[in-house]
Design a protein around this ligand. Sequence first.
Ligand code: CO8
Length: 261
Amino acid sequence: MAKYKTIILDVKDDIATLTLNRPQALNALNTQVLLEIDQAINVISANQAIKVVIVTGAGNKAFVAGADIKEMATKNAIEGQRFSELGNRTFSKLANLKQPVIAAVNGYALGGGLELALACDIRIASTNARIGQPEVGLGIIPGFGATQRLSRALGPAKAKEYILTARNVKVDEALRVGLFNKVVEPEHLLDEANQMAAQIAANAPLAVQNAKAVINEGFEINLEQGLKLEENTFGMLFATNDQKEGMGAFTEKRKAVFASR
Ligand code: CO8
């Protein structure tokens, strides 16, 4: 089992919870955190038994208060670019993980923190969450994906408003614009995330993973190509035991038991 200093990876049954664990720095993302997230993704990806992943932050104040400003403060242009590349590589790997990922946003999700949440598939937030992209107030632009993922999520006008004003956005607004799927009281956040994870985990794993992959891929290609990809993947799933089990269970009026084959 890998040893981590800045994150906790906890696997219970078929759900993995990855907790960013630097509460004294509001879970800010430094190089070590990003490298450990990358390691954890490798572990999760190799474990067939894990069906869903939850990402959250330690403590009751922050999911992630951004990239580590103290580490970034002395970087030159080359080092800044390298840091952006590391963040983008790590978050794209998370976004492309075959298992679905739920962000449980338990407080501030600013800068790199919102970018981490945007790399997740679903975002559930606690009522004390605050999001924002404060980078232009620090003399930089978002560097871990928001110029691309926030505009794909919200459209360019809203993404530009958030990135150019750098303002903090409260939960009601984030829910209204569709950045959060759900908002719950802080004490219910992890339960809510686990409930949704269990609901996903009860479905055919290959179908769940392919649905995620086809939706993701659809953003990179045109509609015709996307529909073709859907048809091919739909057809491919008829060659799985999960399809036989799922439809067999329906006709036999029993609960399906999926073996992910
Ligand atoms: N980096 C490093 N340390 C941080 C960060 C951060 N992003 N955020 C908080 N901390 C530290 C504080 O310095 C403080 O440490 P210490 O006790 O040693 O002074 C501790 O966490 C607690 O923070 P506060 O005392 O500030 O807590 P408050 O409750 O008063 O305030 C806030 C909470 C409002 C969240 C405040 O901490 C804050 O504004 N933090 C910075 C938020 C921010 O600007 N984030 C964006 C960073 S930039 C970014 O994410 C860019 C991503 C892409 C990078 C591309 C690479 C080139």
